[in-house]
Ligand binder design. Structure first.
Ligand SMILES: [Zn+2]
Length: 206
């Protein structure tokens, strides 16, 4: 069973991580993990442009290396960039030295493209207290709404319905610009944007 809504307990246990933004306005923070890739990211950019929406892209360093032109396009269109490690490492299964090194490799790849970013999202949301401490000078961005677009067991209609149901003012919502998520994303993202646009929401980058 996929948890579309982050439990309050997790947020309470890790108050130093960012789970949502405290805003009293109709603002949503969309995030896209695992890109940039030519098959999906440009399509996402097009959807966002239609609604004058800005978002945050948590990029895998190796994908930036492979697709610098797609990465440049994300920046040119005014979105924020975050670090998502170089090799998409699972913090629970990786020793701290390797984890930090991989984080720094991704940071270097981002900086090569003239960008400075203080935002980090641990792949799978899995990070140990020690690793959090190592990265304490950075802002670690989690989420309060998980679309579930990456899950092949989750139907596109469910991805959309759950994402809409749990979104609040200031929500940080996770989508993926990845091949795996593409079929769910193609259905859910345009409808999600249209839904909240109609309700008067704006989409901001972190
Ligand atoms: Zn990821």
């Amino acid at each position: 069973m996929l948890l579309h809504k982050t439990p309050r307990l997790a947020q309470w246990l890790y108050p130093n991580l960012v789970w949502k933004q405290k805003v009293n306005a109709k603002i949503i923070y969309l995030t896209f993990d695992d890109g940039p890739i030519p098959e999906v990211t440009p399509w996402v950019l097009g959807q966002l442009k239609d609604y004058n929406a800005k978002a945050t892209f948590f990029c895998v360093g190796d994908n930036i290396r492979k697709h610098p032109d797609v990465f440049s396009k994300v920046i040119q269109e005014g979105h924020s960039i975050g670090n998502h490690t170089f090799h998409h490492l699972n913090g629970w299964k990786t020793d701290n030295t390797t984890y930090l090194k991989d984080f720094l490799s991704c940071e270097e790849e981002i900086q090569k493209n003239g960008i400075k970013s203080n935002l980090f999202r641990p792949p799978y949301g899995r990070i140990t207290p020690k690793q959090i401490k190592q990265l304490s000078s950075r802002q670690i961005i989690m989420w309060d709404v998980l679309s579930g677009d990456f899950s092949i067991k989750t139907k596109p209609e469910e991805v959309l319905a759950a994402s809409i149901k749990y979104t609040r003012n200031g929500s940080i919502v996770v989508f993926h610009d990845s091949q795996k998520a593409m079929s769910n994303l193609q259905y859910a993202l345009p409808r999600y944007l249209a839904h909240f646009n109609q309700l008067g929401y704006e989409f901001h980058a972190l």
